[in-house]
Design a protein around this ligand. Structure first.
Ligand code: FAD
Length: 362
């Protein structure tokens, strides 16, 4: 792993990956294990520096072939929905998901990629990318990839090459939570239902507290909420950061010349729930397959979107439809929907399954 050591870099790669979030690290691993010369560049000196609630459905682990224990996962069996004081408890028969240590997950995937021959450059920003595969680093160095994977999230430098999209503002804190209920997610909806707050318990009395919504100013709302929550859960806030989650589904065109967009850059997050880690990873697996075919000369197209949407990504479309519908529904009806939510329906919402289609990835 090179930490800012640009001098040891080569100038030509089969694949350059811009941004090492869940999407980027997955491509780093998938393509290096196929024997390609792959470089991953990440602006942050440490992985998973971006704010995140770290909640994932249990199905993620069969996709990444990692055991939940390896990433300090804390199980989720129950969900409490609080509609400004009116509470509802959903109790699932078994573990439905986990609150993970996202940094451990990304570090593990990067370690596996490095074992397969990948190179990573941490703590160096990509300043610019060109559609012909040139990547300019903030150090002034220019390197070139046969393919450049844009996994730079919502706000990274590949922005100008792809369609822009609406995003949901979000604010996330890490806190000590002395009286969080065991294995229970807590979701708090405000009265007008334009945004919601989450409290995700982790091991060692830690938790992730966050807030997001399309029509709210999350920081402002969070500050207001924290006053209530701090006394309710005896929270001790350690660190807070703002972020953004893509809303309303994937961009139509994920390829521009030799550039290919995946994860948040391609808008793959589930709009209704804000779940983005697993969709980013799965989009990366589909994209890596296409990159392989392109570099092996089997295909002249890098466009993975059709297969991805047909086999898995339709959930993202469903999730966007749910969000659009929910926003259009009058307030009193939204309340009824939330009040009527049961375990079965909650899982359908989580998996974007309203149309009754089947799961491919577990
Ligand atoms: C507040 C908040 C809470 C969330 N909670 C959850 C949750 O509980 N569960 C869930 O599944 N999803 C959650 N998400 C969504 C999830 O975090 C994202 O969908 C997911 O991380 C997307 O992965 P990605 O790899 O596409 O992008 P990112 O994780 O954004 O990774 C992009 C990477 O690119 C790097 N980068 C950016 N610019 C440059 C540059 N110029 N040069 C080099 N590198 C650069 C960034 O540092 C970053 O590491 C949340 C998002 C937010 C904002």
């Amino acid at each position: 792993m090179l930490r800012g050591d640009v001098k040891r870099l080569n100038t030509e790669y089969d694949v350059i990956i811009v941004g090492l979030g869940p999407a980027g690290v997955t491509s780093l691993y998938e393509l290096s294990r196929l024997g390609f010369k792959v470089l991953g560049v990440e602006s942050s000196k440490i992985l998973a520096n971006k704010p995140c609630g770290e909640a994932v459905p249990k199905q993620l682990f069969s996709t990444v072939k990692i055991n939940p224990d390896e990433v300090n996962s804390y199980p989720v069996r129950n969900v409490v929905i609080d509609l400004e004081g009116k509470k509802k408890l959903l109790q699932f028969k078994s573990v439905v998901g986990y609150i993970i240590d996202k940094r451990l997950l990304l570090e593990l995937i990067v370690k596996n990629a490095i074992d397969e021959g990948a190179t990573t450059l941490l703590g160096v920003s990509v300043e610019n990318v060109e559609a012909d595969g040139r990547v300019k680093l903030a150090t002034g160095d220019v390197i070139r990839g046969q393919v450049v994977i844009c996994s730079d999230g919502v706000l990274g430098p590949c922005f100008r090459h792809f369609k822009h999209y609406t995003f949901i503002g979000a604010y996330q804190c890490k806190a000590q939570c002395r009286i969080c209920e065991d294995e229970t997610l807590y979701l708090y909806f405000r009265r007008d239902l334009t945004g919601y707050m989450w409290l995700f318990p982790k091991s060692n009395n830690m938790c992730n507290v966050g807030v997001g919504g399309l029509k709210i100013k999350p920081k402002h709302y969070m500050e207001h909420l924290l006053k209530t929550l701090t006394s309710k859960f005896n929270l001790r806030i350690l660190r807070c950061d703002g972020g953004a989650i893509p809303a309303l589904g994937p961009i139509g065109n994920v390829v521009n010349g030799r550039l290919i967009a995946i994860g948040d850059r391609a808008g793959t997050a589930m709009s209704f729930t804000g779940e983005g880690i697993r969709p980013a990873i799965i989009s990366s697996i589909y994209a890596s397959k296409k990159v392989r075919e392109f570099l092996d000369g089997v295909s002249n197209s890098l466009n993975y979107l059709k297969e991805f949407m047909k086999e898995w990504g339709w959930r993202i479309d469903n999730s966007s439809k749910m969000l659009r519908m929910f926003l259009k529904t009058p307030g009193f009806l939204r309340k009824i929907v939330i009040e009527r939510l049961n375990e079965k329906l909650a899982l359908k919402v989580l998996f974007g399954e309203t149309l009754g289609l089947t799961l491919k990835y577990g």
